[in-house]
Design a protein around this ligand. Structure first.
Ligand code: UDP
Length: 454
């Protein structure tokens, strides 16, 4: 009997690669063959960051294709990246599938594409292959995208997607109010980038009509209203490696797991975990203010400061800071975040509110201090603070800076709020039920696997 063979294609960003690797690992466990396609740029980063033991395990076939940009071009320029992907990757994917089908006895039976890579769904449809889209962000974000024609018709956005009216809107009577300025496309880059991102979103919406399944890293308990507004979205989350395999992979940076030993030495629920995902970049003033806020808070902290986190100097810390905090602060370049958030010493998560981080924080019962930067992070913050009420946002001063005093105040507020802690633990409990046997996400996930098998 032939083994079902799935080609998995994430959008080339860390927050997309990690959850799709997690799904791929589950597929391998269930007897599938998986070919995982990264862009060449990201493939090289993943291979460099991979631990030796994972290289040996090597159950997933990691392959790469060009993203259409020159090596020196900036891949954080998302408009430019999207255009390059569209002009290069569809043809490359078709060639890859043809090559696999010629040489491998296990021909490609399904394409599992990121919802942001709608072109891959179109390629699969053209080649007559089954297709599933995975959406690694919130269902609310995707539902907003599906509502684009109506939003235009109602004059809420113009033909470029730019919000025209300032007031809050509701996409359905049960949906939480949304500020149109928090739609994802007006929160990415300059006007030109926003227009490109908007156009891509419209194209992806059309491609989504071609899928057999549309699965999403969320659950009915997190987003009941968005999931009833767009019932074609099937929740399979929260996707946490700890629920399934305990082995997240696909990191772009080598993880520093020594911080777990340091966490072992801290009192329960005492540590502030500070991490801004893979994209966020700080200017040096804000970076220093954050450092001073953490110092002033007088609590243990674990801070992920990627080597590219500031646009300033090589030594971005305030003078003497590293010596002063040596006893109660740990700074790492990349942490095993899921294991960190699972650790009993973590008391709060200061986060940029990327969707994966949001899911990981809430699903581990950790209250979140929200510091969103771009894209869907503002919408995610409104779920954390206003819908689930399991976190707080920061106010900025007249210069647009979150001051050290503001940081200390909000940290103290979160640590002192027992009701918030109780709410986040309740949400964690529900989320865990959703992914366990009998839960909705568990059932959806299994049905999706069964569908892919035949
Ligand atoms: N992450 C990690 N170690 C870190 C920082 C982040 O493993 O030090 C992981 C985190 O667990 C999450 C992903 O990177 O799964 C970031 O995705 P998210 O959607 O939160 O943010 P993005 O990077 O897309 O802005």
């Amino acid at each position: 009997m032939r083994t079902p063979h799935v080609v998995v294609i994430p959008y080339p960003a860390q927050g997309h690669v990690i959850p799709m690797m997690e799904i791929s690992q589950c597929l391998v466990m269930k007897g599938f063959k998986v070919t995982f396609v990264n862009t060449e740029f990201n493939h090289n980063r993943v291979m460099k960051a991979l631990k030796e033991e994972d290289k040996i395990k090597g159950k997933i076939n990691l392959v790469s294709m060009p993203d259409g940009l020159e090596p020196w071009q900036d891949r954080n320029e998302l408009g430019q990246l999207s255009l390059a992907i569209f002009s290069t990757m569809p043809r490359k994917l078709e060639e890859l599938i043809m090559k696999i089908n010629e040489s491998d006895r296990d021909k490609v039976t399904c394409v599992l594409a990121d919802g942001s890579m709608g072109w891959a769904i179109e390629v699969a449809a053209k080649m007559g292959i089954k297709r599933v889209a995975f959406w690694p962000a919130s269902a609310a974000h995707l539902a907003c995208g599906f509502c684009i024609p109506k939003l235009m018709e109602d004059g809420i956005i113009n033909e470029n997607g730019t919000p025209v009216k300032g007031e809050m809107i509701q996409l359905s009577p049960t949906m939480p109010p949304i500020n149109p300025a928090n739609f994802v496309w007006p929160c990415i880059g300059d006007l030109n980038t926003q227009r490109i991102v908007f156009e891509v979103m419209v194209k992806n919406n059309n491609a989504a009509k071609l899928v057999d399944w549309l699965i999403c890293n969320t659950s009915y308990d997190f987003e009941p209203a968005a999931l009833s507004l767009a019932p074609e979205i099937l929740p399979i989350g929260p996707l946490l490696a700890s629920n399934r395999l305990g082995n997240p992979s696909g990191y772009f940076w080598p993880e520093n797991s020594t911080c777990l030993k340091w966490l072992d030495q801290q009192p329960p629920s005492s540590v502030i975990y500070v991490a801004f995902g893979s994209f966020t970049v700080f200017d040096s003033i804000q970076f220093q203010e954050l450092a001073l806020g953490l110092e002033l808070s007088n609590r243990p902290f674990l801070w992920v400061a990627r080597n590219d986190i500031t646009n300033g100097s090589n030594d971005p810390y305030p003078e003497g800071f590293l010596d002063r905090v040596a006893n109660h602060g740990q700074i790492v370049g990349w942490a095993p975040q899921q294991s960190v958030l699972l650790h009993p010493s973590i008391g709060c998560f200061l986060s940029h509110c990327g969707w994966n981080s949001t899911m990981e924080g809430v699903s581990n019962g950790v209250p979140i201090l929200c510091w969103p930067y771009f894209a869907d992070q503002f919408l995610n913050q409104s779920y954390v603070c206003d819908v689930w009420k399991v976190g707080l946002g920061f106010n900025r001063d007249k210069k647009g800076v979150v001051s050290k005093e503001e940081i200390v105040q909000k940290v103290n507020q979160v640590f002192g709020d027992e009701e918030m802690k109780a709410r986040v633990l309740k949400l964690k409990e529900k989320a865990m039920k959703d992914v366990k046997e009998g839960g909705c996400s568990f059932k959806n996930f299994n049905n999706f696997i069964e569908y892919m098998k035949v």
